[in-house]
Ligand binder design. Structure first.
Ligand SMILES: [Zn+2]
Ligand SMILES: [Zn+2]
Length: 137
C-alpha cells in the first residue's frame, strides 16, 4: 500500500515515502542548517527510521559533526545536489530528519516551533509559535 507522504529530490532520481504524521517539526536557525541549506534556516521534521522508506535512487551520505559536537549523516542526491534527509543522528537514535522542501506536498506539514533562535538573523521575524534559544528543552 502506498504511504501517506512522498518526497523526492529536485531531479527525481531519489524518492522516498513514510506514513506517520510527524509531531516534531522545526524551523532551525542554527549555523549548521544555514550552511547545509544555504538559507537563513531549514525546516525539517522527525520520522521514525522504520517508517522512512527509500523508494528509488541512491542518496549520498556525508558524515558531519554538528555544532553540538554530535555526528550525523546528511543525505543528498549525487546527481542534482538536493538535500533530502539526515540520518544516523547521534543525538536522536532511531529518527530520520526530513527536509520539508523535499516533500511532494510540503503544504501538508507545518512547523510547530522555532529553535536556535540565538542564531536567527535580525531581518527574520519570529513566527507565532514556541521559540527556543537552542535545542527545545
Ligand atoms: Zn536528484
Ligand atoms: Zn539546525
Amino acid at each position: 500500500m502506498a504511504k501517506k507522504y512522498t518526497g523526492r529530490c529536485a531531479c527525481g532520481a531519489v524518492t522516498f515515502a513514510f506514513d506517520k504524521d510527524p509531531d516534531f517539526i522545526a524551523n532551525c536557525h542554527c549555523r549548521d542548517c544555514k550552511k547545509a541549506s544555504g538559507g537563513e534556516m531549514a525546516t525539517f521534521f522527525a520520522v521514525p527510521q522504520e517508517d522512512f522508506t527509500l523508494l528509488s535512487g541512491r542518496p549520498k551520505p556525508f558524515h558531519y559533526v554538528a555544532e553540538s559536537g554530535k555526528g550525523l549523516d546528511r543525505n543528498f542526491c549525487p546527481d542534482c545536489g538536493a538535500r533530502l534527509f539526515t540520518s544516523n543522528l547521534e543525538s536522536f537514535p532511531g529518527l530520520v530528519f526530513v527536509t520539508l522542501g523535499s516533500l511532494d506536498r510540503p503544504e501538508l506539514i507545518e512547523p510547530r516551533l522555532e529553535m536556535f533562535t540565538k542564531r536567527r538573523l535580525k531581518w527574520a521575524k519570529p513566527l507565532d509559535m514556541p521559540q527556543f534559544d537552542s535545542m527545545p528543552g
